[in-house]
Design a protein around this ligand. Structure first.
Ligand SMILES: O=C(O)C(=O)Cc1c[nH]c2ccccc12
Length: 714
């Protein structure tokens, strides 16, 4: 079950000619694929295009009706390899994954695809995970386009431009026999708007039809001498064909009047630029501007002649290029130099070298540029402000960081609590982690695991330590990472090298961090996917025999004992613990509606809740340090003899029981209690509760009568 269901929105994908589609950027992309006769689609989920995969998965009926093949690929490498169908066959294909990490994973296939060249349009929709809201290292996908020579589209963030980019992308790919990458930034994925729809098109040749008429051509195979011919073909034919198409079809856009200055902007940064020009009084909300703007909806390749035309008669040009290194600025500088131009190019310097171009960054840099290039356009208050803006204090000094952490009730929390307990006995260990929710354990309060090398690479990241030593290395990996790449890159690597290390597979039944998609070992029935394949079976299959399966991670004592055993056993070879319990976020999404319906129907429902007896809690907060559950917080008592705040559990508790288990296993404290909230109780239960309340009330009144009361002191 994915994070969001798009079943309702998917109906809009059926809209025909002349109708209006309204919705999110990623949905518009899907509709555009169908309008352009795509023959097959695939991909791997990841922020910010997880929902695009979810939309496609929810749209499988419609895709089937149109004869479009859909795959939820095992990883990005598999997704990119799927585009091989467009090498020999005139079939349009599209895959989606995130950049830059998904592109890293896919890079082998992308490079081979770019060398072979394509016959049918091949589109890679990349969700560029850069800037605020990103979950990964800050890099650019752009470098991959340059190194493998595929074309990179970066359309303006509005629905008509995004939809147009799909259609242009397919055509550009076909005329230049080159795969095209359509980049959508976080904000483009989620921008909402409308566009006029066209009828969906069935592919002119379906992948099913192609199987009846197989084709091959050894000239496309990436082996010498053909690979040398591919390189020549890239520079002599494909590149010029692409440039011609981009120019003739006007893929890049020029706005505004002619002037002695201008701005060059990546399509994806256009909205932010217009907003800052608006704030300077130089544009309206429709983008009508007094400033000449050259919009690069295609950021690779750049076209010298087109750029030089824009620069004609100008003294100053600003390049707006987010991220580093500044590939575009360097290339444009080289165009000007080769043309012996005297235009002064501005860019980095006015803009910071690194980090997202937020509204304020853009406003500062654009006003800085205009002060030099066109001061007359600026209001006096901008040119020479009388009052300095109050300095914003360095918040990093005063506001604590708010790193991501486990959800309330997360089944991974007890695994790390158990590890902390084992480390208390055996000492600190070398720990490597992977990609996924479990990586939050490397942050406070657990601080377990110091490095992540990539998706599926957790145990591989311990390879240097796998030969044995005073203490065994420990690697953590999720079930998502296990199936993405971990089985081959990490576990086969361990088995092959007779690793002495320990690996813990945190199995929460979903690819949870990417939005709760199913994986091979998911426990759900999925009509179109093979699920219920145990991870332990796969491990046995590659010859790893020391495997312990734990089916209830909340059993902290059992987790602790199993981890201790793995770290101390004499058994040779890899030691793997598969720790399985359902992701609480997905469990709640699944169970809450069922529970609400049952309560509404008047059926009896028990809902567990945990609490802390404040008379027993001493306020040492060891439970909070060992748990980090967001529902555990502090409560100040009125009692003046107790100044330390006690621990308290708030309403977000889902009753997982982890806090009590941890306290018990760590022999911490007896103050945790469980109370079941009973909905629609039976008559007997009601009478019993009434009787209990009466007895408890009587006891409480008796105790209160003997209590010392601290009244207000006059
Ligand atoms: O969903 C995200 O934000 C991720 O970073 C997960 C992810 C999806 N594909 C990947 C490839 C390499 C590293 C992380 C991911």
């Amino acid at each position: 079950m994915a994070e969001r269901s798009f079943k309702a929105e998917v109906e809009d994908l059926r809209l025909g000619a002349g109708e209006t589609f309204t919705g999110e950027g990623i949905l518009a992309l899907t509709k555009a694929l169908l309008e352009n006769g795509v023959g097959y689609v695939g991909g791997y989920q990841g922020a910010p295009i997880s929902h695009l995969m979810d939309v496609l998965a929810d749209a499988q009926d419609l895709l089937g009706e149109l004869g479009v093949r859909f795959e939820a690929n095992a990883n990005e490498a598999a997704a990119a390899a799927m585009l091989a169908a467009s090498v020999h066959y005139p079939i349009r294909g599209a895959v989606t994954f995130k950049g830059s990490v998904g592109v890293n994973v896919a890079s082998d296939a992308l490079a081979n695809l770019s060398s072979s060249g394509v016959t049918g349009g091949a589109l890679v929709i990349v969700g560029e995970d850069y800037g605020e809201g990103s979950s990964i290292m800050q890099e650019r996908t752009h470098a991959f386009a340059m190194k493998s020579q595929f074309w990179l589209l970066d359309p303006r963030p509005n629905l008509p431009s995004i939809v147009q980019a799909v259609s242009d992308g397919f055509e550009l790919s076909e005329v230049s026999n080159t795969p095209v990458m359509l980049m959508v930034r976080i904000r483009s994925c989620h921008v909402t708007g409308s566009f006029q729809t066209r009828d969906n098109q069935r592919p002119s040749l379906s992948v099913k039809d192609a199987l009846s008429n197989p084709r091959s051509d050894f000239a496309r195979v990436v082996l010498p001498p053909m690979s040398f011919a591919h390189e020549q073909d890239k520079v002599k034919n494909r590149w010029p064909a692409a440039e011609k198409f981009i120019r003739e079809r006007g893929l890049n856009e020029v706005f505004g009047p002619k002037s002695d200055f201008g701005i060059v902007v990546q399509g994806g940064m256009y909205n932010t630029l217009i907003r800052s020009l608006q704030r300077l009084g130089l544009a309206d909300i429709y983008g009508d501007s007094n400033v000449p703007i050259y919009v690069l909806n295609v950021t690779y390749p750049l076209i010298s002649a087109e750029f030089l035309e824009f620069c004609a008669g100008k003294d100053h040009v600003l390049v707006i290029e987010e991220g580093q290194p500044e590939f575009i600025e360097t290339q444009l500088g080289s165009f000007l130099y080769r043309a012996e131009s005297s235009v002064k190019l501005h860019g980095k310097g006015l803009f910071p070298l690194a980090g997202e171009y937020t509204g304020q960054v853009m406003l500062d840099a654009v006003s800085g540029f205009l002060k030099t290039a066109a001061p007359g356009l600026l209001a006096a208050v901008v040119r020479a402000p009388n009052v300095d803006r109050p300095a914003i204090p360095d918040l990093s000094k005063t506001v604590p960081i708010r790193p991501p952490g486990f959800c309330t009730g997360c089944p991974e929390r007890p695994i790390f609590a158990a590890m902390k307990l084992v480390e208390k006995e055996l000492g600190k260990h070398q720990i490597a982690a992977d990609i996924g929710c479990h990586l939050f354990a490397s942050l406070p309060p657990f601080e377990i695991g110091g490095a992540t090398m990539g998706y599926g690479l957790g145990p591989a990241a311990n390879a240097a330590f796998d030969g044995g030593g005073a203490r065994r290395p420990v690697a953590i990996i999720g079930d998502g990472g296990f199936w993405h790449n971990g089985l081959s890159s990490s576990f086969t690597n361990m088995a092959f090298n007779k690793s002495d290390g320990v690996a813990i597979v945190v199995d929460n039944f979903y690819s949870a961090a990417t939005g709760g998609q199913d994986v091979m070992s998911s426990r759900a029935d999925n009509a179109t996917k093979a699920t219920r394949n145990p991870i332990s079976k796969a491990l046995n299959g590659i010859g790893i025999d020391w495997v312990r399966q734990i089916d209830h991670t909340y059993d902290v004592k059992k987790m602790r004992d199993t981890i201790r055993e793995a770290l101390t056993t004499d058994a040779p070879g890899p030691k793997v613990i598969v720790a399985s319990s359902e992701c609480m976020l997905n469990k709640q999404r699944r169970e809450k509606p069922l529970r609400a319906a049952a309560i509404k129907q008047g059926r009896r429902v028990d809902v567990p809740r945990f609490g802390i007896d404040e008379a027993v809690c001493t306020g040492d907060h060891a439970c909070i340090r060992l748990s980090g559950c967001p529902s555990l917080s502090l409560k100040k008592l009125d009692d003046p003899l107790r100044d330390d705040p006690v621990a308290s559990i708030d309403q977000s508790c889902v009753g997982c029981g982890n806090c009590g288990e941890v306290s018990d296993a760590a022999v911490l404290c007896p103050s945790f209690y469980r109370a079941d909230v009973v909905h629609n109780p039976s008559g007997f239960e009601r009478r019993l509760a009434g009787f209990r309340a009466y007895v408890i009330g009587w006891l409480q009144r008796r105790r209160d009568a003997k209590r010392l009361v601290f009244g207000d002191v006059a």
